[in-house]
Design a protein around this ligand. Structure first.
Ligand code: AQP
Length: 329
């Protein structure tokens, strides 16, 4: 039997998971579980690079673990763990930093955007973020990294770092590939549809995976659209409607032209009402599963601890190999 591919990805515990995170990343993660060896991480160290409240971090990490399980990750098939529980991530980050030109870090779009958003906290961690992400991925000899479009530049840099390291110190890392979903790789903000939907960009711009029906309805009805009245997909001229059509298509599993046809000559209001209803129904199982899991924190902590042990064993092998090849062991 051919060796199973290894898949690695992660989400930061920076805010609630939204439908962009779900459609861009989590949905792919879930489908890989059937045929690959999957390792999914809560990347808490990454979330320290912007302002945050240390008092609430632990709770937010547990919320993410609940979200992973409620969305459909299965700890029997998949390793689920918290990044900071496996020290090899930070140790390999240092080793990889010598194979990473500063200029490569400075040209990263996310670094530029987050520096602009947080002018009073442009810390070295924000710049070095992609090296930590490279360590996350390379420690597991990862074949596939399922992410949304905003993360493709970081995975590309990971490949460059790995190639440079292998060339300089000898074969150490598998070179990973990015896998984007065919559709939904970049879900846009409900308030500013030219920008991507982002956890840290305000409550009204996102629909969260566990959102209650009333607020789903309110947010979709208030979503920004153009002044026209035609329900037609045009990314450039009608970004708001194009985004809502994409969301409709992905949650209904129907093609966009079919949806355009159904809503031909109908108003934006009618379209939005039906989209809200669709989301309320489609997100219901997630809300229910989350409620079931709340109160089972001790059990979930055991899943995370076991996950960290299993992840640590794989990670330490790679770390030792990297250190040996660098002349440290
Ligand atoms: N709008 C999006 N559409 C599709 N995929 C998305 N992802 C994020 N936003 C969208 C994908 O979700 C995964 C987890 O992202 P992350 O937590 O590592 O951070 P992020 O990419 O920076 O996501 P956010 O929501 O914008 O978080 P904040 O506001 O904290 O920075 C990744 O695979 C990402 O591509």
């Amino acid at each position: 039997m051919p060796k199973q591919k290894r898949v690695f990805s992660g989400i930061q515990p920076s805010g609630e998971i939204h439908i962009g995170n779900y459609l861009g990343a989590l949905k792919q993660w879930i489908s890989f579980q059937a045929a690959a060896e999957c390792i999914y991480c809560i990347v808490d160290l990454h979330s320290l690079t912007v302002d945050y409240d240390p008092q609430t971090l632990k709770g937010r990490i547990m919320d993410k673990a609940i979200a992973y399980l409620a969305a459909g990750l299965d700890p029997k098939k998949t390793i689920i763990f918290v990044q900071s529980a496996v020290p090899a991530h930070t140790e390999l980050t240092w080793l990889l930093s010598v194979a990473t030109p500063i200029g490569d870090l400075q040209r990263m779009i996310q670094y530029k955007e987050k520096s602009k958003k947080n002018p009073d906290n442009i810390n070295a961690g924000l710049l070095n973020y992609p090296i930590l992400m490279a360590a996350d991925i390379l420690l597991y000899q990862t074949d596939i990294v399922p992410v949304g479009k905003d993360q493709t530049q970081h995975v590309e840099l990971t490949r460059e770092i790995a190639n440079r390291f292998n060339k300089r110190f000898g074969q150490t890392f598998q070179i990973p590939k990015t896998v984007l979903p065919e559709k939904g790789a970049k879900i846009m903000s409900l308030k500013e549809p030219e920008k991507k939907m982002s956890k840290s960009d305000g409550y009204d711009s996102c629909i969260f995976l566990f959102e209650e029906p009333d607020s789903i309805r309110k947010k979709i009805m208030a979503a920004q659209t153009d002044s026209g009245n035609e329900i037609r997909y045009n990314q450039r001229r009608k970004p708001g409607i194009a985004n809502l059509l994409t969301i409709y298509s992905l949650f209904s599993d129907r093609a966009i032209p079919e949806i355009e046809k159904e809503f031909k000559n109908k108003s934006y209001k009618t379209f939005k009402e039906q989209l809200a209803q669709l989301l309320i129904e489609q997100l219901k199982p997630f809300r229910e599963k989350k409620k079931e899991l709340q109160g089972k924190e001790a059990l979930i902590q055991t899943i995370l601890d076991k996950g960290a042990q299993r992840a640590g064993r794989i990670a330490n092998q790679t770390l030792e190999k990297a250190k040996k090849n660098m002349g440290l062991v």
